[in-house]
Design a protein around this ligand. Structure first.
Ligand code: UN1
Length: 505
């Protein structure tokens, strides 16, 4: 087993144009959670490299912003085509590096392709408004201009899709890119960067050197990027702790941050729910990606009349779900990313149990060797919403809470610091609409008869409160990558002042 993944990674990366020498001799050891084996030893960038990357991004931006937006869209169309061509290999690499099962690895690349398609259309739709002017012979309009270099900080769990949400939009908006991926997922970033460079080389002079750059390294590198005054937009995905720091630093220099931070997502299961459907949705939401999505279902709020039966059915599903090697067979749940994730999971389960909760499953399974961390997902019947229940533990733990009135369920759903995603299972239109109303879910995403995860790219993605307030991907999220300019134009021969002000010389 050992060495096989290492070889596979080399074949894939070599095919993408990454030199073998780039994978050896450096201090950053890339590993696979599938077996814990080392895949590569990468060179890391320095603070000086970061400054040089920003300088190159500024130069690239000055050129790229003048390329017509539909032509920039053509670049992104070609990027999407490149990803289509390499979907299988890149999806496999995502699985090897992040440990998600292969259909999810492939799904992640599909998400990249989808956002490229979206951005191509968008490149002809960067609309500004025309407003009626109160003054005669005047025109009042707004236009959207490119913002500048965009810093992208991404997490291990969606190592390439999150980059693409930001990159595809920022590119059609006329911005250049600097990407600092997670230290836990540098290889997929190298792969995507290599594909990007192929597209850029084929595109000709319109694509400047340095249009997209990659910074491999640790936290200090991210800090340098975030502080840099020549990076007007920073998009960061990760923990609330990280985002609080990024938000503060970027705000202090009046930059703009797009923050996509922790979630503690809940689903409400009402008595009128289609329970077969709810069971499948809850299983995917809570156990899919081994509980390592920011949108993972972490709290299940079940009506007391149906709770006993529903929890009994869930326990059967949890007992039987196949945990195993995400590359092979029929595993639905792959490994945790590393030992730290396993220890955080066990600490949360111990805290829940100490607080009187009933913990089912959650134990480590003997798969993949001593350096791999596979667990049976945990189901925890909690009496109160406090302690670990109000925290995001990036692992497959589903806390079950009971409720009697919908108001109480909504209060529980909203009663955590995070505000990313939520859902309700109900066939009662009154319940559904209450949940979606101004007094309902306080999250950025609120779904009906499905779980909180697995969003399509067409909607705006992000959440409120400690989730950070940023929106990425679809709808009008593109506006965060541009600067708005209002133009008042006088085409007359007199100078009427707004609000009737007089200033007669
Ligand atoms: C993340 O976990 O950071 O909605 C992103 C979803 C995916 C994206 C998750 N489309 O679950």
């Amino acid at each position: 087993m050992m060495g096989i993944l290492r070889d596979q990674v080399r074949v894939i990366l070599n095919d993408f144009g990454v030199a073998a020498s780039a994978l050896e001799g450096g201090p950053l050891v890339a590993t696979s959670p599938i077996s814990g084996e080392a895949l590569a030893e990468l060179t890391v960038h320095t603070a000086g490299d970061c400054d040089a990357a920003v300088a190159a991004a500024v130069a690239a931006f000055r050129q790229w912003r003048l390329v017509p937006a539909p032509r920039r869209g053509e670049f992104v169309r070609r990027l999407g085509e490149k990803l289509r061509l390499h979907k299988d290999a890149l999806g496999r690499l995502v699985t090897i590096e992040a440990g998600k099962v292969l259909s999810e690895g492939l799904g992640e690349v599909q998400e990249m392709i989808d956002i490229c398609d979206f951005a191509v259309g968008l490149s002809r739709q960067l609309y500004g408004l025309t407003m009626p002017s109160e003054r005669a012979d005047h025109r009042l309009v707004e236009q959207w201009h490119p913002a500048g270099p965009v810093g992208i900080i991404s997490a291990f769990n969606f190592p390439v899709a999150v980059w693409s949400w930001n990159a595809a939009l920022a590119l059609v908006c006329g911005d250049s890119l600097i990407w600092k991926p997670s230290e836990k997922a540098p290889l997929t970033a190298l792969a995507v960067q290599a594909l990007f460079e192929q597209v850029a080389a084929d595109f000709g002079d319109d694509a400047p050197r340095g249009l997209s750059q990659l910074l491999i390294g640790g936290r200090e590198l991210g800090e340098r990027l975030v502080e840099h005054p020549d990076v007007p937009v920073v998009s960061a995905t990760g923990s609330t702790r990280m985002g609080r720091e990024v938000g503060r630093v970027v705000a202090a220099r009046f930059g703009r941050s797009i923050l996509e931070l922790g979630g503690n997502n809940a689903s409400i299961v009402t008595p009128s729910a289609d329970l077969d459907l709810a069971l499948r949705a809850v299983a995917f939401g809570a156990m899919g990606t081994a509980g390592q999505r920011c949108t993972t279902l972490r709290r299940l709020i079940v009506h007391q009349d149906i709770a006993d039966d529903f929890v009994a059915r869930l326990r059967k599903v949890y007992a039987g779900v196949t945990v195993g090697d995400p590359l092979h067979g029929n595993a639905l749940v792959g490994p945790l990313i590393d030992r730290g994730a396993f220890e955080a999971m066990q600490a949360a389960l111990n805290a829940a149990s100490d607080a009187g909760a009933r913990v089912h499953f959650g134990e480590r399974l003997p798969i993949g060797g001593g350096d791999a961390f596979y667990v049976r997902p945990a189901l925890v019947e909690a009496d109160r919403q406090d302690g670990p229940v109000v925290q995001e533990t990036f692992a497959p733990i589903l806390y079950v809470l009971r409720y009697s009135t919908l108001d109480e369920a909504i209060a529980l759903q909203n009663g955590v610091p995070q505000g990313l995603s939520s859902s309700i299972f109900s066939t009662d239109i009154r319940e559904v609409e209450r949940f979606l109303s101004a007094a309902g879910s306080d999250c950025g995403i609120a779904n009906v008869n499905m779980g909180p995860s697995g969003a399509e790219i067409g909607g705006a993605f992000g959440g409120e409160k400690e989730t950070g307030g940023g929106r990425e991907s679809g709808s009008d999220s593109w506006k965060a990558y541009m600067r708005r300019q209002t133009n008042a134009i006088n085409y007359g021969r007199s100078l009427p002042l707004a609000q009737g002000v007089r200033f007669d010389l």
